[in-house]
Design a binder for this molecule. Sequence first.
Ligand code: KIV
Ligand code: NA
Length: 265
Amino acid sequence: IKLITTHQLQAMKERGEKISMLTAYDFSMATILDGAGVDVLLVGDSASNVMAGHTTTLPITLDQMIYHASSVVRGVKRALVVVDLPFGSYQGNSSEALRSAIRIMKESGAHAIKLEGGSEIKDSVIRILSAGVPVMGHLGLTPQSIYKFGTYTVRAREEQEAKKLLEDALLLEELGCFALVLEKIPSELARRVAEGLRIPVIGIGAGPAVDGQVLVSHDLLGITKEFKPRFLRRYADLHEVMTNAVSNYIADVKSRDFPSAEEAY
Ligand code: KIV
Ligand code: NA
């Protein structure tokens, strides 16, 4: 199997093949998702929610992201591994942004980084790209600025915010980003961005007219139960499967059914 590169993602857009992307935070999950053939694995800062139980992505640290990323890289044979720069590791200081990106690349073995925002983080994007580190952009709902917006509702419904998003998308492409994530924006706006850019645009809650889709794996697998946005399609109910398995184990321990003679030395 061939390793996926940023250039192959570009070629996929050009030939109209949709890109599949999912989150992973650990070795076991990365092995399964990569084995299934997913194109891009995102070590998202959503690990702050999904792995650590925080209500936002803000608390996760660069060291913790590197731990998750290095675990994922060890499980991957084919997928491109992209790692989120966490909140506080790149905003407002391009030399700190470069330092953070280099630490991720060096210490985890990942292939690219992602950061949230447009013109505000221009200098950081330029500096990271100049070191030869591929950068993925992220516009629309940007969870690291949740306290600025106050809600997780759909973004860029209004003219002015839509206009800024379009400008930011063009800027990120011009700077040299290899792809762009659009989160929770109207389908029509996402379509305009995907048609206007040469680089692949990957959506989450951004409708069908983009170049690929990303979901949080724990959501699509039904491990997380409470999170039910309209854009989420559940492909399994692992919450139920796992609960049943564990209940059966507990019952077998209590009833002395487990372990049997064959399961003992
Ligand atoms: O952290 C994350 O999971 C993400 C995706 C939702 C794009 O940034
Ligand atoms: Na993220």
